[in-house]
Design a protein around this ligand. Sequence first.
Ligand SMILES: Nc1ncnc2c1ncn2[C@@H]1O[C@H](COP(=O)(O)OP(=O)(O)OP(=O)(O)O)[C@@H](O)[C@H]1O
Length: 327
Amino acid sequence: MSSQTLLQVKDLKTHFFLEDGVVPAVDGVSFHLNRGETLAVVGESGSGKSITATSIMRLIPNPPGRIVGGEILYNGQDLLKKTEKEMRDIRGNRISMIFQEPMTSLNPVFRVGHQISESLMIHQGLNKKDALEKSIEMLRLTGIPSPEKRVHDFPHQMSGGMRQRVMIAMALCCRPELLIADEPTTALDVTIQAQILDLMLELKEQMGTAIIMITHDLAVVAEVADRAVVMYCGKLVEEAPVLELFDEPLHPYTRGLLKSIPHINSKQEKLYMIEGMVPPLTNLPVGCAFAPRCPEATPRCHVERPVLREISPGRRVSCWLYEGGKL
Ligand SMILES: Nc1ncnc2c1ncn2[C@@H]1O[C@H](COP(=O)(O)OP(=O)(O)OP(=O)(O)O)[C@@H](O)[C@H]1O
């Protein structure tokens, strides 16, 4: 593992144990993240993006979910071996997460300043007065006007965009090394979305934070990410630097996803609409899980599951089309 590597996820498996069967929500996922880098995790709804993120944070609801295998090496140390107390410190100081809907993370009965201060007092040991001052500074940094007044607002007194800025302020107040953002702009309208993404990029530059950006929106990926991993039915199907992914998507699933972006400038002529539904995770096909929807599937794809293989530096794909290298 190079000194540049901040996070290395190895063969992660998170399953849900339900009455009608086992749901392999994340099933053998491996990827790494370098310091200061932005990695996008993309895929349709239900592909396992959020469960990958909550597994890294060790926030899987148990029961019914459980991490059943793998390693999550953070600065070389396996988070799966940490105690709950050690994890609380890591979540407060080193790794932060922001969610799609800030109202699920903000407490409606406390003023926003109180909520940011709380985190600073617990994790950074600041006293009440210094924590409030730092909260105002963080609100200013995230572009909230008149922060010395707004710090006393309750969450419901703010607009959706402003609440998302508060979430970012809260997530970054302890200067984490890693920020996991789960669809951070999906609930916002388009102009506010662009402002929030710009803000995240700006703060990332200032603070050197690495980001895992979970999104189903490939336009967001193009704007913010250095590299991307594509998930389907709990597995990675492709990994590539973002420019290469857009220029020359390899997996037929990725080519289908790219089709959904208007005016995409891709060398690939074979972009197409993805038809059909994601199969139920409790009853996946024996072969490639994408085969029933894939226009390029061969008989082999329906009976033998491909594995993720490196086909050029930094590029991995799980598809029989590339068994002998790139086409
Ligand atoms: N609490 C739960 N109980 C049972 N199964 C769950 C639970 N949470 C997630 N799952 C299963 O894990 C799968 C992956 O969920 P996940 O939230 O990671 O998908 P996602 O790719 O983030 O999609 P979305 O964009 O809709 O959030 C789901 O399809 C579901 O089958």
